[in-house]
Design a protein around this ligand. Structure first.
Ligand code: BG6
Length: 307
């Protein structure tokens, strides 16, 4: 995919390549072989591979790589609106915008640079954007890959407006799984959730773990900061650690809904599961000059490590 444009680092751990639309993608590589790829379109992570070169994120075989929309897969950023509850387009506009590389980001507290390769991206509203969402903000996204292949994303949203504004947010993470029927999520048991399939009615999770046998589209509220997605067949567990992101969205469209999604293959729901660190129930409100930070760390661990 694409060709190298710039190498920024002597060890070639960070390079910028072009995708087939000519849009820049930043490739992060660590010496043991793990890699990640971030598109400037949407600030979307489009690939995350472990040290064996196995892809850990799902991308639809029918994904549309057009500059005007987010491709189906990877990790689109939902901002400043999650879902369709609001006046903006579904999941907000950030995933459909061109971001830029921020070569001089303000320092980030509690983020140690050692043993990782990172890129900083920036999104600011254009004149046109201000017409649909009249708030001045700076959205900084740092995507890092550690030596051990942990993918870390830190979002900072700053209000540079004269008035307060509110937003919701999600790292809409498409995990690649072997077979959705064999997957379970631990860490959400006993939590309340809003069910998007029942007009966001509130229920309480009753199972020992979340498992899948039909369409699921839920927002789990006030979740712990670590949850696990166990994939038996692949013998792999994803650990999802988060900060500043109280909610977790779980989505699998299952058979019928998949058929209505043009950029998703009819059977592909079996190989994907969205588990998003998010802020949905109580949107963030920032006063002028205030900043919000939301962090997600994704680790893929062979399940044998737990025995
Ligand atoms: C999930 C939502 O996060 O994203 C679902 O909970 C939605 O309701 C899904 O269908 C996909 O959204 P989109 O806009 O990327 O097709």
């Amino acid at each position: 995919m694409g060709h190298p444009a710039t190498a920024w680092d002597q060890n070639s751990v960070l390079e910028v390549v072009k995708d087939w639309n000519g849009i820049d993608q930043v490739v992060l590589r660590v010496p043991r072989g793990a890699s990640a790829r971030v598109s400037l379109h949407g600030g979307q992570v489009v690939s995350w591979k472990n040290e064996r070169g196995e892809e850990l994120l799902f991308t639809s075989s029918k994904a549309i790589f057009k500059p005007s929309r987010a491709m189906r897969g990877g990790i689109p950023i939902c901002f400043p609106q999650f879902g369709n509850c609001g006046s903006l387009e579904q999941h907000g506009f950030a995933r459909n915008k061109m971001w830029s590389i921020d070569s001089d980001p303000p320092p980030l507290k509690n983020d140690d640079d050692k043993g990782k390769v990172s890129v900083d991206l920036l999104l600011k509203p254009s004149e046109d954007d201000l017409k649909c969402w009249p708030h001045c903000y700076e959205f900084r996204l740092r995507v890092s890959l550690t030596t051990n292949g942990v993918l870390s994303m830190i979002s900072r949203v700053r209000n540079i407006n004269g008035k307060p504004f509110s937003f919701s947010f999600a790292y809409h993470t498409y995990l690649s799984v072997s077979d959705i029927s064999e997957v379970r999520i631990e860490g959400l048991e006993t939590l309340d959730y809003l069910d998007n399939l029942c007009q966001r009615k509130r229920f309480t999770e009753q199972g020992d773990a979340v498992t899948f046998e039909s369409e699921v589209d839920r927002i789990y509220l006030g979740s712990p900061n670590v949850i696990a997605v166990l994939d038996h067949e692949k013998k792999r567990t994803f650990l999802i650690k988060k900060k500043g992101l109280p909610d977790v969205v779980v989505w699998n469209p299952w058979e019928k809904k998949s058929k209505s999604i043009p950029d998703l293959g009819d059977e592909e729901y079996k190989q994907m599961l969205c588990v998003d660190g998010a802020v949905v129930e109580r949107p963030i409100t920032l006063k002028p000059g205030e900043e919000w930070t939301g962090r997600l760390d994704l680790t893929a661990i062979p399940s044998t490590h737990f025995i």
